[in-house]
Every structure is written in C-alpha cells, then in structure tokens.
Write a new protein. Structure first.
Length: 300
C-alpha cells in the first residue's frame, strides 16, 4: 500500500508543479502574442517571436526542474554534443506516448531551437495549452481518413498547404521542425493492423517531411534523428508523473539531407516520391535495428 501511496503523492506533486509553471508562463506568453496579433507584419514578428520563444524555453526549463525534483529516472542519453541553438533542424522521432514530448523537450531545450510540433486541430481546444501552441505558431492539422477524402476531394492537400505556410514562418528565425513520421503513437494493435516491415515501429509517412524540406530548402542544417526507448515498457503520462519510469534511453544522430531531395517536387513527380519513401524507409530500418539492440542490451 505504501509504494502506491508514495507514487500517488509524487504524481500529484509533479502535476501541481506542472500546472503552476504553466499558469505562470502562459499568460505572459499570450500578452506578447496579442501584440503580434494586433500589429501584424514581418518587423513586429521578428521582434516578438524571439521573446515568445524565450518564454517557452523558460517553461520547459521549469518542467525540467520539477522532473529532477520528483523523478528518479535514469537517463541514458547519447548524441547531444555539437548541437547548435542557432541552427535549423528537421527533427524526427519514433512516437509511443505523450511522455515522448516531455523527453524531447527536457533533453533538447536550449541545445537546439524550440521544437515546433504539428498538432491535430482538436488540440487547439486544450485549456491554456491550446492558446500557447497557437501563440507559438504551432501548425494545427486537419487529418482526414482516405474514405473522407474520397467523399470530399477538395480537402486533399489542405494539410500540406498548412505545413507549407507554417514553414515559411519558421524560416524567419532558427527553428526545429518536429515531425513524428508515424503520425500516431505506437501500439501493438496498430502494429498488428499495419503489419509494417519493422518490429518496433509503424509505417512512416513522408508527405509532411517532404513539404517541410520543399518549403525551407537549404535552411535546414541537418535532420536530427531521435530514437526513444522505454526498456521497462511504454509509460502513460500519469506513470511518468508518479515516478514509475525507471529508465529512458535516447539516441540522437544528426544526418545529412540528400541534396537531390531539396526543392524536389514530391507531389507532382512519382520518382521523387519514391526517392523520399526509400530514404525514409532506410532511416526507419536503421532505427528499428537500433531499438532492437538497445532493448536487447537492457535485457542482457
């Protein structure tokens, strides 16, 4: 009974500190965002956006503090050396849990520019945080099933256009564009339905990455390939808050972007699409093997 009580108290403490940190930082963030809304234009954006980013980085740093205070997680991390907070990165990672976002922010904050995630449209209604994501220019995507798109063909390509417009804004100041290539969190049920050629990953989607590379071109210094492994099982958010994630393994690897893919016509050229898909498939094969090795080493 006592371990359960201790975990519950730890989780409540962590959740309270997270809420307080958010309630302090987000109103300040929204004040500056309101200024950008009322006085639109490139000049005001170039002044306000760095302020918004500093506030967001301060919020993430506050989260790292309560994580160090309330968690006993063993962090096995490699590959953070040489990262540059003044560069542009296209970041991709495998996706298993909401905890992934805390892990990425905790490890990469102020080592690279603020991560900008592509979010589902519904998340704009999340209390407090939805407004913060809007203020920081996180793009909100309306993802539709293939069946819906067949009935409403006019919606096809809408998310790609949203991605393109977002990337045009990201090109103004150093930014890390975050893309979970799988498009959804990994579960055994989804893996069984997809039957992908990977043991630990779902099938990657290349469209969003292609649009980002096309829109920002030479701005990106590298693709930052991040592999996240939870050796004791994939945790949910409450398990993490309550200190029941004993170990997190993360490997970060900067990769060059194939020059032939920069500015290539992904939507209109079948050969380009095939080249993108083959490149990402090879990345995913390497990531899958890396995950298998890390899990095998942990079991040994």
């Amino acid at each position: 009974m006592r371990p359960k009580l201790t975990a519950s108290l730890r989780g409540l403490t962590a959740a309270t500190l997270l809420a307080l940190n958010t309630l302090v930082c987000v109103p300040i963030l929204l004040l500056f965002a309101l200024l950008k809304l009322l006085v639109p234009g490139r000049r005001i954006r170039l002044w306000v956006d760095p302020v918004l980013l500093r506030i967001a980085e301060t919020w993430i740093a506050g989260n790292s503090r309560w994580m160090r205070l309330t968690q006993n997680t063993d962090w096995d991390v490699q590959g953070l050396e040489g990262l540059n907070p003044r560069s542009w990165y296209l970041v991709n990672a495998n996706h298993q849990s909401w905890v992934d976002i805390l892990v990425l922010q905790h490890l990469l904050n102020r080592r690279i520019p603020l991560l900008k995630f592509f979010l589902k449209q519904q998340l704009i209604w999340v209390p407090v945080m939805g407004l913060a994501w809007w203020a920081l220019d996180f793009p909100f995507m309306r993802r539709h099933s293939e069946a819906y798109l067949q009935k409403h063909p006019e919606m096809r390509g809408r998310d790609q256009e949203t991605t393109r417009r977002a990337c045009e804004k990201f090109a103004l100041i150093p930014t890390s564009v975050m893309n979970f290539l799988e498009g959804t969190r990994f579960t055994k049920a989804k893996h069984a339905r997809q039957q992908p050629p990977y043991q630990h990953l779902l099938k990657p989607k290349t469209g969003g990455m292609a649009v980002a590379l096309n829109a920002m071109g030479e701005k990106f210094d590298a693709v930052l390939d991040v592999t996240i492994v939870y050796p004791d099982g994939i945790p949910d958010f409450w398990q993490f808050l309550s200190g029941r994630v004993a170990r997190v393994i993360v490997r970060v690897q900067p990769l060059p972007i194939p020059s032939q893919l920069l500015g290539a016509d992904y939507a209109g050229d079948a050969a380009t699409r095939q080249a993108y898909q083959q490149w990402v498939h090879e990345l995913w094969l390497a990531k899958d093997a890396r995950i298998a090795t890390l899990l095998g080493m942990n079991k040994a």
